[in-house]
Write a protein that binds this ligand. Sequence first.
Ligand SMILES: O=P(O)(O)OC[C@@H](O)[C@@H](O)c1c[nH]c2ccccc12
Length: 274
Amino acid sequence: MATILDTILDDTRRLVAERKAVTPAAALERRPAFHAPTLSLARALRRPDGPAYIAECKRASPSEGVIRAEYDPAIVARQYKQAAAAALSVLTEPTHFQGSLDHLAAVRHAVDLPLLRKDFVVDAYQLVEARAYGADAVLLIAAALDPAHLGDLLDAARDLDLGVLVEVHDDAEVEALDLDRVDVLGVNSRDLKTFEVDLGRAERIFARLPERIVRVAESGIRDAEAAARLRRAGADAFLVGTHFMRQPDPGRALAALRRETAVALAGQPLPAAP
Ligand SMILES: O=P(O)(O)OC[C@@H](O)[C@@H](O)c1c[nH]c2ccccc12
């Protein structure tokens, strides 16, 4: 049976082919952002002063439907920056998340934080797009790519000076990865095929990663209890979207989660690194 992930990937391949026919890579490369230096996602996420937050800008998702009907990505981005987000994630997938590359460009103009293009990357052309619209990094989803293809996209991202957040959701995906090539690894607690959320996955996978790798806990974080639990499991950063975008002021929601998580963690130091 086709999963939602299969459907999104099919839609993405079709849309990428259409965009390529209209706008060749050479035209993207003429956009000024393509030539601007990128900011390091990895550096922004590993902080001595507590967990980092990657705050996500998105209007809708396949699991939740429309999350925020009145969605102005630049306004949300400024609020997140004011609330001390370390980096932002911007959904650009149009069909299932109602995102767009124009949202990415608008956020690029609004803030100087590292920006992650959040999409289903299946083709190096999307990396050129990401760069041309102002992204500093892209998401590469292990469940969507075979290992050779993932390796090729890692090479292409490096050539473009783009950072990469490699996303896994189970042990088999970690085993298939060449961890030497990964700087930032995200564990998606939401299974992209069933939408089920299980924070235990991140706990287990973080424990087996080399210390060098920056650990991001992705999805399903709605309260300080979850964030504190993931931090204790070794998370350097949290990627949070829905919980913030549902609130009238997403920046306040970020500030509140940061504060409450710090309180939850107080007096309970992280275990020493292996
Ligand atoms: O909205 P949430 O549950 O806070 O999750 C954010 C982010 O982790 C989620 O949007 C995400 C993580 N990996 C993805 C891959 C594709 C699409 C979306 C995602």
